[in-house]
Ligand binder design. Structure first.
Ligand code: F6R
Length: 614
């Protein structure tokens, strides 16, 4: 949700910032802009559209300078156009600002600034902040850095910002509250600032993650200094990045999404590496070791998440309730945070988030923490805000997910939830030895089984052709296949713009069945398990209304094959683990249909990867 990049050092800033914006484009792609200072002259270029359009636009412009800031936008206030694009500049054109977040009290601030003669060009909340900084700097006769600090003390909302002033081209001023910001410390005494580490990793692996209400001043001569909003100096905590540059490239695939779908055998394995030992009959998650007993004693577990991560939480609910017999509630973080939820002693709240930055999930956790709950996190991005505010947690180790549609993060989240449920079940004694052994043995086989499903990609691509013109689609599943149906529908709608709905298969007759006709593809998860026969009956109900059925079945199934229009076979596994397999063909179907419809698979319209505003 908006990406910001900045550079100061002895190299040319523009190419570094431009490349950084390309890496961050998954966070928003409505418009882009870069400002550089050349010999105390601030040059600001911004354009509606993708970073590539900005690159073309700046081809013959003066982009010289060793200090620069850049932004790729996901619009919140004001439509995506050249004027609303960042960077925004002060009224005198001397100070420039990039911002990720939302200034909630911008209206009130704007009224005051208008009455003091400020004129605004854009409809953004961000422009209010740069005018406020300018106003304070002039009226209170303070440095730009001090004006930034004072301005931020008046701001309600979320921000990660970087500011530069042409009167002091030796300095970048950055700050964060609720939106992420990382400072990379370069090898030649240069500095890189960005929303996440992806634009930084090719220059340095030494980074400082800013905490809420921290202000960083990066100066060519004085280096990096860190302050809190009360102006007390703090010691920066330098961390080493484990990210590899190759992980950020497409690696020969046409899209990041396809690459990430194909990475799943590895990402699932990486997720359970060192956490599962079949020979010794052992499972453990180091990150939550100190909380195992509390988890075992919990009266209730509440899982909070959004989107795909919420679907993973629903799979988690089946796993936890069945294996550990602990009641689980799964909540949309955005609902949970605003409805005065009941949190009692002995409750544990687990947040699930790929990015670790989703604003609603963060706020839900903060609320739960303020009510005294133990809060745990399951995140993919190392060092993310959620991973830092939780008492403990487990990383999914899926590697960077760049495609906006989540794929490998989902299967990694389900893997961590499975390991967590198994750990607690062992501790509580709710799972007998033979079932435990069977589950961990099966878990270890999952990566190979995912590889086998991926081998049928060509077949899945071919069958997807039949449905590329669909206007609606229905996804049905029962038990732990119901969240998979929801996830399948979400994947199709978000990248191919076909309206799709996921339903518990038996609910179909309470409404959605009215939609079924010969035009309507119905994707049914009909693998072998306790509700197999019931799902077979649901397929018959669809066929009786001439619906087109694509069924995901267990290898060797003949019954459904004789009824469905198409079947996709998956290897047999324990019913607790089927979501890790049934999800894969649905990801591929969505991907191929979107490609055939010539949609922008990695950057679907109106979406952004990391939703840092509510
Ligand atoms: C869908 C998708 C989104 C995210 C949601 C939560 O493919 O990617 O629905 O799952 O925005 O994001 P995280 O997991 O980063 O909290």
């Amino acid at each position: 949700m908006c990406g910001i990049v900045a550079y100061i050092g002895d190299q040319q800033a523009f190419p570094i910032v431009l490349k950084g914006l390309k890496r961050l484009e998954y966070r928003g792609y409505d418009s882009a802009g870069i400002a550089v200072i050349n010999d105390r002259q601030l040059n600001n270029y911004k354009q509606k559209g993708k970073v590539a359009e900005l690159e073309t636009f700046t081809e013959n412009k003066d982009v010289e300078g060793t200090i620069g800031i850049g932004h790729t936008r996901w619009a919140t206030h004001g439509p995506p156009n050249d004027i609303n694009a960042h960077p925004h500049v002060s009224g005198d054109g001397e100070i420039a600002l990039i911002h990720n977040g939302i200034i909630e009290n911008y209206d009130t601030l704007k009224e005051g600034l208008l009455s003091r003669g400020h004129e605004f060009k854009s409809e953004t909340d961000t422009e209010v902040l740069i005018h406020l900084i300018e106003d304070i700097k002039k009226n209170e006769e303070v440095t730009t850095a001090e004006a930034v600090r004072l301005a931020l003390s008046n701001v309600i909302g979320a921000y990660a910002i970087v500011v530069m002033d042409q009167s002091n081209p030796d300095q970048l001023i950055a700050a964060r509250k609720s939106s992420p910001l990382v400072v990379g410390i370069g090898k030649k005494g240069d500095y890189y600032l960005a929303s996440d580490a992806t634009p930084i990793v090719e220059y340095t692996n030494e980074v400082v993650y800013l905490d809420d209400e921290e202000i960083a001043i990066v100066d060519r001569n004085k280096g990096l200094r860190l302050y809190n909003i009360q102006n007390q100096e703090k010691t920066p905590y330098i961390q080493e990045l484990e990210l590899q540059l190759e992980e950020l490239e497409k690696g020969g695939y046409e899209h990041f999404m396809l690459k990430e779908i194909h990475e799943q055998p590895r990402s699932i394995k990486d997720c359970f590496r060192g956490r599962l030992n079949v020979d010794k009959g052992w499972v453990g998650l180091g990150g939550i070791k100190d909380y195992e007993q509390q988890l075992a004693n919990a009266n209730r577990i509440i899982m909070v998440a959004c989107g795909t991560s919420w679907h993973a939480a629903l799979v988690g609910e089946y796993l936890f309730e069945d294996l550990t017999r602990t009641p689980v509630e799964v909540e949309y973080a955005s609902e949970f945070r605003y409805r005065n939820p009941i949190i009692e002693e002995g409750d544990i709240v687990i947040a699930i988030s790929q990015s670790g930055e989703t604003a609603d999930t963060l706020a839900a956790l903060e609320l739960a923490k303020s009510k005294g709950a133990i809060i745990l996190g399951i995140c993919n991005v190392v060092g993310s805000s959620i991973s830092r505010i939780t008492h403990a947690g487990s990383y999914t180790h899926a590697g960077p997910e760049i495609g906006v549609a989540s794929t490998k993060a989902f299967t990694a989240q389900v893997t961590v939830l499975t390991l967590m449920a198994l750990t607690i079940a062992r501790k509580k004694g709710t799972l007998n030895e033979s079932k435990f052994r069977r589950l961990i043995t099966e878990m270890e086989l999952i990566p190979d089984k995912v590889s086998r499903i991926l081998e049928s990609s060509a077949y899945i691509e071919k069958l997807s052709k039949n449905y590329k013109g669909a206007r609606n689609a229905l996804y049905l599943g029962r038990g732990n296949s119901f969240p998979v149906a929801l996830e399948g529908a979400l994947k199709l709608k978000e990248i191919s713009y076909i309206h799709a709905e996921g339903y518990p298969a038996a609910e179909m007759k309470h409404g959605p069945i009215a939609l079924i006709d010969e035009e309507m593809p119905v994707f049914v998860i009909a693998t072998k398990g306790p509700s197999y026969e019931k799902v077979v009956s649901n397929i018959q109900e669809v066929k009786a209304r001439k619906g087109k059925v694509v069924a995901i079945v267990t290898e060797g199934d003949e019954q459904v094959k004789n009824m469905a229009d198409h079947v996709i076979e998956i290897p047999d596994t324990d019913e607790h683990l089927t979501p890790l397999l049934t999800t894969i063909p649905l990801q591929l179907v969505s991907y191929y249909i979107a490609v055939m419809r010539e949609c922008n698979v990695d950057q679907p319209r109106n979406l952004a990867k990391s939703v840092t505003v509510e």
